[in-house]
Write a protein that binds this ligand. Structure first.
Ligand SMILES: Cc1ncc(COP(=O)(O)O)c(C=O)c1O
Length: 305
């Protein structure tokens, strides 16, 4: 490849449309009762496949990789990984080789996600759970892994320093006033990207999708590199039993919310976050007039039946 690529050109080639990621006002009786305002930033509408925080996290990692001559991207994730789904599609559209290291044994009946990865030409390698835990430790570049796979290593969930830059661009697209941003957390990278550039007069409230995700706070502090950033917190009370676990209350809430607001949700990240946020509002935790913007991080592909 000759010359340096521009991110705007890559976005055009992929069909990323930031103008589609509008901000919508939410209607809900709990909001009326407590005098709270809630908008949703529809990052799920950025692209039909590479939606939400997936593109935000990957864009500058991808730019760096391509501008440094890498034509093979290697990463890891579960059998329903939104991150691998986006990466495989990017590889397919830009004609770049991709490899996905998948947690656990190859299932007899593959998920929709895995079948899309194959359709888009990603090489799949199933790794044992213990091996996967070891791979997870490779948060930035790793010469050994890059040599082994002859490709550029992207850590699980795209959790790199480059991701923070892409995520922070969400803030530039918000042109209404707010006190607090709310979002779902897995690795916490998206939260770190927001909080890194947010003025200290505004806050970020994350909702962990994982049970026992105490490590997230430590990882966020590591990503932020600055102890002085304190305008964020994570709530651990709405994981519903653990990652990808649901119950009837959550599913009922999602159905009602979707029909009132015409916004699709999945129960792994965004459904839990909105359930948690409205529950805290119901408990009277925020003053009348408080203005929230929830970031819809996409991920709808993982919830196909
Ligand atoms: C749809 C969706 N929302 C939220 C998250 C959590 O993001 P992070 O790992 O940056 O906290 C993920 C995982 O990347 C995701 O796929």
């Amino acid at each position: 490849m000759t010359g340096q690529l521009e991110i705007s050109q890559i976005e055009t080639d992929l069909g990323i449309n930031t103008k589609a990621a509008i901000i919508e006002q939410i209607q809900h009786p709990v909001l009326d009762e407590h005098g709270i305002h809630l908008h949703i930033k529809r990052d799920d509408l950025l692209h039909p496949v590479i939606s939400g925080n997936k593109w935000r996290k990957l864009k500058y990692t991808l730019l760096y990789a391509l501008n440094n001559g890498h034509q093979h991207l290697v990463s890891m994730g579960g059998a329903y990984s939104n991150h691998l789904h986006a990466l495989a599609y990017i590889g397919h559209k830009l004609n770049i080789k991709t490899t996905g290291l998948i947690r656990g044994e190859q299932p007899e009946q593959e998920s929709h996600t895995l079948s899309d990865l194959r359709k888009w030409g990603m090489t799949l390698e199933f790794v044992s759970r213990s091996e996967f835990r070891e791979l997870r430790k490779n948060r930035e570049h790793n010469d050994k892994l890059e040599k082994k796979y002859a490709g550029y290593w992207i850590p699980e969930g795209g959790a790199t320093q480059y991701a923070l830059r892409g995520i922070s661009e969400i803030l530039k697209e918000i042109d209404i006033e707010y006190d607090t941003l709310a979002l779902a957390c897995g690795t916490g990278t998206t939260l770190a990207g927001l909080v890194k550039t947010l003025p200290s007069t505004q806050r970020v409230l994350g909702f962990s999708s994982l049970k026992g995700g105490g490590f997230i706070e430590k990882d966020i502090k590591k990503l932020l590199k600055k102890k002085s950033i304190t305008n964020w917190s994570i709530n651990f009370d709405y994981h519903f039993g653990g990652f990808a676990k649901t119950n009837d209350d959550l599913l009922f809430f999602m159905e009602e919310f979707q029909s009132q607001n015409n916004i699709p949700l999945e129960p792994i990240y965004n459904g839990k976050m909105l359930f948690g946020l409205l529950d805290l509002i119901k408990e009277g935790r925020f003053k009348k007039g408080h203005q929230f913007i929830a970031i819809h991080t996409g991920g709808l592909q993982g919830y196909r039946k």
